[in-house]
Design a protein around this ligand. Sequence first.
Ligand code: 4AD
Ligand code: MG
Length: 464
Amino acid sequence: MFRLTATTVKDAMQSSAPRSDIVVQGWVRTRRDSKTFSFLELNDGSSLRSLQVIAKDSLPNYGEVQKITTGASIAVHGDLVASPGKGQRWELVADRIDIVGRAEDSYPLQKKGHTPEFLREIAHLRPRSNLFGCVFRVRSRLAFAIHTFFQERGFVYVHTPIITASDCEGAGELFRVTAIDPASPPRRADGSIDYTKDFFARCTYLTVSGQLEAEAFACALSKVYTFGPTFRAENSNTSRHASEFWMIEPEMAFCDLQGNMDLAEELVKYLIRDVRENCAEDMELFAKFVDRELLARLDFVLDRQFQRVTYTEAVELLEKSGQKFEFPIGSGLNLQSEHERWLTEKHFKSPVTIFNYPKQIKPFYMRLNDDGKTVTAMDLLVPGIGEIVGGSQREERLEVLEQNMRRHKMNPAEYKWYLDLRRYGSVPHSGFGLGFERMLMFVTGVSNIRDVIPFARTPGSAEF
Ligand code: 4AD
Ligand code: MG
């Protein structure tokens, strides 16, 4: 009875002709009884829509069928016939219904809509709701599109380590990885914990970025990308920050900041176009229930050229805006999300790439510009979210890189392998990181990062 080759609801709904003797398996969304038969809405997650099943009272287990409740799993054998009812082309007339797993009365998902906040508390069941089915089908498609984009352009996919000894972004937002017994840690003479006695004989952490290792591979395979989980122990409880998120990091040898910005813009447009073309049904649900302007905004972004301004120009625009901001603006200060949103939503009304930031607010690896004050950083901002891409041209000159490290209070000796890349055949190279969940928020209109990750990890929360 159970088979992976059973007909999916999606295939049944798209059938071009009636079909006899098919099996469809899934979960019951609703059941209602009429005089001589029962209607069941069957969903298997292959599409947003459910298949209507007709269970006639002539079924041998009709009494059992009438006890099926929302959430139960069933396998239906029968014929796909044209539906006389409104709203669907096909329905499945059952000649056999196997009740695979009943659902207890406490099943929390009911036909009426639930809020995303409520659904977050039942993250293990929410993929069975319409909204989250759509989100996670689009997430899967977006991941596929990312690989297609890079593979078609000759990039090599590199798996960078998850456990690492380096703090790439230098922000100290690291989760420590240790096998030391907290009850009796090995200690140095001064009482501090001796991590040389730890599992890896050094301090280790969950990676915040695969960039440094990707650079090593770009300096061999020329064009590479990573796509994996990254971790930040950043205690910011916002709708755009997660402690565990996925990042796509291309890294290209023989590439400068211009080439880097070009690629980031091309990637963002490619991904929007891909989900517009391949997830039409899911996208319509977002447009209907999540964000009415979504499709128009995405199409507008596709049609328009992205804007580019330097950090200095952006600061001038903000200062002249006449707008009251909560956080101060000024040369040398980081742009806050309210500033980023003003630039994309109010001023440019389109995505904008800001480049050449002051060196003191950016990490050690970015290439110093000739002015000695700014670095070749770039951030791509989009309306509604702010930053979705952060990247730079990398400092390829050994001495300048060592100076940058010392300025950032880093010990160059600990980064010998990274500096070696500048000792042996150094090349100008560039790359960026695209936040996968931020991109997903942008294409779906879903406004909280917790609702585009299967099981979100945020400060104070790691259930499931
Ligand atoms: O700007 P970030 O910190 O850049 C880097 O990590 C570089 N090493 C990337 C590179 O050049 N290879 O992060 C890159 C992107 C951000 O633009 C944002 O989209 C996302 O990662 N991001 C987060 N997404 C969700 N939750 C968080 N806490 C995030 N922090 C960054
Ligand atoms: Mg950034």
